[in-house]
Write a protein that binds this ligand. Sequence first.
Ligand code: BDR
Ligand code: CA
Length: 325
Amino acid sequence: KFKVIYDTDPGVDDAMALYFALAHPDIDVVGITTTFGNVTVEQAATNALYLTAIANREVPVTKGVQTPWYKAPGTPPDFIHGGDGLGNLPSRVATSNQLDPRSSAQFIVDMARANPGEITLVAVGPLGNLATALKLEPNLPELVREVIIMGGTVIEPGNVSPVAEANIWNDPHAADLVFTAGWKLTMVGLDVTHKVVTELAFFKKLAEHHKHIATDTLHHAVEFYATFYSGLHAHLALNPGCFAHDLLAFIYLVNPELFTIENGRVRVGTEGLSQGQTMMNRRDYIAYPHPGWGAEIPSTQVCMQVDSAGCLAVFEKALMSNWLK
Ligand code: BDR
Ligand code: CA
């Protein structure tokens, strides 16, 4: 089983991804480290606790960074994920899961030290927790097995600016640190996530199949998220659904053969018009040596193509399986 720390800002697609991970027989979620992003970090932690509790799971949940490293904090996008991050749930049942008192970064460091070479970090929000963990433990890249992030884009246009994807844009300095840290890093960005649409009809079917508060909650959240995407993309207005961004980071973990990878050095624009842009050196030859692109910059595996039907089949099989008690 893959031992995973899930670094997340739930978030509707974050919730989708979490339930996939909890349902999948080869994934063991050993901790959920939350960050600001789609919602405040307080709300992200509340949502992570809630989503695990209603699925009858006890997974350690920590609270992490509340703001970006350097840039001024923005306002969470309540029109995308709802003010509560889960599509404005009409009510919540009482639950008793408690936060782990450690910071997200400290939790990552403690787990990596206790399980050297075994932990996979799946990070699907702004990258401040990973960057902070790197500062706390400079040997972290040798201690973790691999890092898979949902974020960035190479060819596909950005989703918060013409060139920037939201997670990277939310904390570009932290992201650049993560891209240059020297761990085995895979970027699952908009180049692939904009090719995979999960249909609202599936979540309805899932809620009917399992008849459970967890699947009802997910269905409600996806309905809100799909409405947002329907306003943006004509094909999603015709057939309601949404991009499953964060989910694809987990699908890459268990089924990497569904993705086509390109290797190259990736840096992040931190200022001005290129803020949050993931820039990839896609050719070996550069006419003039440029500082910041030297051999000291490690290579990132960047997902460029995806078998989208294959991903949906993997997702649906796991969620329809008998994972809810
Ligand atoms: C990313 O931004 C967030 O809104 C989603 O949860 C996902 O992690 C997509 O750009
Ligand atoms: Ca996210």
